[in-house]
Structures are given as C-alpha cells and as structure tokens.
Design a protein around this ligand. Structure first.
Ligand SMILES: *Cc1c(COP(=O)(O)O)cnc(C)c1O
Length: 445
C-alpha cells in the first residue's frame, strides 16, 4: 500500500514514510492510494475472531512490508491492552466506551499504536525522532503516555493556555524525561497552525527528524478503525443478532479523525448505514452540510473542549472519500451542533433516567444520535443498532459537570494512584508567534 497527499496524487510514499513525516511536504494529508476490501466472509464470521486477529486483518493491508507481521502483532497486542465495552442505554441506543485506557480517553488507542510503529522505525534512524503535536486536551496526555521513555523518540506537545482541563494538563506536564510541554498563549487552531508551519520550515527540518502525532498521522488515524469493528463484533456476540443488522454511529467530533476512521471501516466492508458527526457550537461542518460553504469562524470555548476546533484537518479526508460531492456525502453523513446548555441538560437527564454518567463529549454524541433517530423515526427499528462513542471518562471533565452530579461519578482506580503522587508541572510558556516557537526549537540542546 502506498499513500499520496490530498494535494497531489502523483507523489506516492510508503507507510513508513507517511508515518515518519506526518504531513506531506506539499502540506496535504496522506490518504491510502486505494481502500482494501475485506473478504465478506470475514465480516460475516466476525464473532469467531478475537479482537487481535480482527485488528491485524484490518490494518495489515495498509502496512504490508513496512513492519513485519511478527512485530505488527506485538504492536497490536500492546495497543489493545484495555477493553472497549458496548453497553445498551435504552431502546436501540448503545454506548461504546472508549475511555478505559491509561489516560481515560479514546486517543490512547491511536497513540499507543503509533508509538509502537514509530519505535519500530526509529531503530533504523540515527538521530532522535521528534514528535511534534498540538493538542486540544486529550491527544497530549495520550501521546505523552504512549511515547514516554521510548528510546530514540522525544515528544514536544503544544497546548492552548487555559484551554484544557487541569487533569489533562497534569497528564501532559507531569512526566518529563523525553516529554516536553509548551503552553501556548492561543487556542488549539493556533497550536495546530504552528505545528503545520514547523513541518514546512527548512531550518527546522535540518535540525530535526520531525513527525506529528495528531490524528492526521495515518498510524493514529487508521488504528482507530479497530473499535468500530469491535463494536460490530460485540453486537453480534452479545445481542445474538444476525448479520443483517446495520449500524449507525454518532461520533463526538473535533478534528474529525475518529469519525473518518469509521468511514474507512465502512468503505472496507463493515455494515455501517450512517454517520452522525456531533459537534459543539464550533459548527463549521454542520454549516458546510447545509450551505456547501466551508467557512471556519473563530474558535469558541465550550465544556466539550477537546472539540473546540473550527477548522478540522481530517475533514479534507472525508470530503475526498465522498468524491468531493455533497450529494454523496449527505447520503451517509450528517452533522449536528449542540450548545453547552443542551449538553449539561443531557448529562443530567441520562443520569436521572438511565443512571448512566456521560462526559460532555459523549453527551453531544448521544444528542446527535437522538436527533437523527427522531428525524428518521427509527428509534425502535430493530434492524439498526444505534451507537454513540463515549470518548472520555466523565472524571476527565469533572470541572465542567454541574456540582450536584459530580458526587455520582465513580473515581477510576487508575486515576487514584495517578493523583496520589505529588507531581511537578514541567512546562514552558510561549506566545503563539511562530518565530518565537521556531527560535526555541532551533536553540534548544
Ligand atoms: C479528541 C477528542 C474528540 C474529538 O475527536 P476527533 O477525532 O478530533 O474528531 C472527542 N472527544 C474527546 C474526549 C476527545 O479527546
């Protein structure tokens, strides 16, 4: 499998090259040159495979010789070291819990997979590989944890000052060693722009072997397909449903990497009927679907801060996958926005009615799913299974949850151990001026 840039389909690179560079030199995101179809028998018999075999089958065609199968199997085992349970909330509405990893958000999966791939590739490289990453909150922690102490790799994380929760900041800044944190006086889009610019800068390139660990990196992006397949497997096994079932996914979306991995899964043959990209009031994509005009507005702060993004990088992949055709896109895809007020009301309602505690991102996923089902009048249609992704543990966003609900959140054990240790914040504060950042990069060490 080779990859080309979305800006130019003639320049083909290997998986290794695409992972190591993150972004193509023309500034475009990488996309596989074709989408491998899975054998329908494999999908049909999915319940007879374990999750490792499924992950290997799904990802292998994208990697081929870049990583020998023996190593790839190990990377998959290290990545899938926690579960993603699917639970029924009510009617045909299910939640896929993706927060049982080390930093309590779904990004652990992509980060751990990418760390595994990069460790394999870095053995062949003399210089350190520097992972440069902008985070709206959860990527930073997941990448810090996934790459911590990995030989031959250092990580530089840019996060928006006052834009992430205190627990997220703790997860990013407390590790030290090969993990460096930069607090940027700007928002996430500013951080992302600085990272993108650094990749195109000749002087920085001379000094560093740079790669990104944002969801634009194909290793992170593609491994997120694993849990869509896992959800399908669980539905077939647990609910003893036959294979005629189709899934609907509502994905709380910020940079649109997660939902784009779902779209790839569908293109490979997973029976997904429809995608709902649920956003907060940073609603560039809901507006685009209505007006066909892509027009990012300034970022607004919300309580679902991991989605405070108004110019989502991965949307260019989605657009490409639907042939840059709004009618093709609308057949399979809708996007809705929700306010903070609706989010809090939903967290409260779902707790009161179903005793399930949502985090603000999951609540938006739930809202999107409900809205879609209501419009389609398929709330109780038994041939579809409606699933929203719960992308983070509610404890991660406890500051955003109304105080009367906070007491009801069960504290995960992992976190108790984490918080019981006294930790020092190790961070450097910088302005969003690219030249200051560049200077810092060129002068260090
Ligand atoms: C990153 C993140 C999202 C958004 O995912 P994208 O792939 O960027 O769309 C949603 N929820 C949580 C908790 C996140 O950390």
């Amino acid at each position: 499998m080779l990859y080309h840039s979305l800006e130019n389909n003639k320049n083909l690179v290997s998986f290794e090259n695409a992972v190591l560079t993150g972004l193509s030199s023309d500034g475009g995101l990488y996309i596989p040159e074709y989408i491998p179809m899975l054998n329908p028998k494999f999908i049909h018999n999915i319940s007879s495979y374990d999750i490792y075999t499924i992950a290997l089958t799904v990802i292998k065609p994208y990697i081929e010789k870049s990583i020998p199968e023996k190593f790839l199997k190990n990377i998959i085992h290290d990545t899938l070291n926690f579960s993603f349970p699917l639970k029924k909330i009510h009617d045909n509405i299910h939640v896929l819990e993706l927060f049982h990893g080390p930093t309590l958000a779904f990004k652990d999966i992509g980060a751990q997979f990418m760390a595994g791939c990069l460790s394999f590739f870095s053995q062949k490289i003399e210089k350190n590989v520097t992972v440069l990453v902008a985070t709206s909150g959860d990527t930073g922690g997941a990448v810090a944890k996934g790459f911590y102490n990995k030989p031959g790799i250092e990580v530089i994380i840019l996060y928006p000052y006052n834009g992430i929760s205190s627990l997220q900041e703790e997860q990013i800044t407390s590790l030290g060693k090969n993990i460096f944190s930069l607090e940027i006086d700007g928002n996430f889009d500013d951080c992302q722009k600085m990272v993108k610019k650094a990749f195109l800068d000749k002087e920085i390139q001379q000094k560093y072997v740079l790669t990104s660990a944002n969801s634009i990196n194909i290793a992170r992006w593609l491994s997120q397909m694993f849990y869509y397949f896992s959800a399908y497997r669980q539905i077939i096994i647990e609910e003893k449903i036959d294979n005629s079932i189709e899934l609907i996914f509502s994905v709380p979306s910020g940079n649109f990497g997660n939902i784009c991995a779902g779209i790839m899964s569908e293109k490979m043959g997973l029976p997904i009927k429809f995608f709902i990209a649920s956003t907060n009031i940073n609603d560039t994509i809901p507006r685009f679907l209505k007006t066909e005009k892509y027009y990012p507005l300034p970022v607004k702060k919300t309580i679902s801060n991991a989605m405070d993004i108004s110019d989502p990088s991965n949307f260019s992949r989605i657009w490409y996958l639907y042939k840059k055709n709004i009618y093709e896109l609308r057949k399979k895809f809708i996007s809705y926005k929700f306010t903070d007020d609706e989010t809090i009301k939903t967290i409260n309602m779902v707790w009161e009615k179903y005793k399930y505690m949502l985090d603000p991102h999951g609540a938006i996923g739930y809202l999107g799913l409900k809205k879609y089902l209501k419009k389609q009048k398929v709330q109780n249609d038994s041939s579809t299974i409606a699933i929203f992704l719960e992308t983070a543990h509610p404890i991660k966003f406890i500051d955003e949850i109304p105080s009367f609900l906070r007491k009801k959140i069960i504290f995960p054990k992992k976190l108790k151990t984490f918080l019981s240790k006294k930790r020092k914040k190790q961070k450097i504060s910088l302005s969003k001026d690219f030249n200051i950042f560049k200077d810092w990069l060129l002068k260090r060490k």
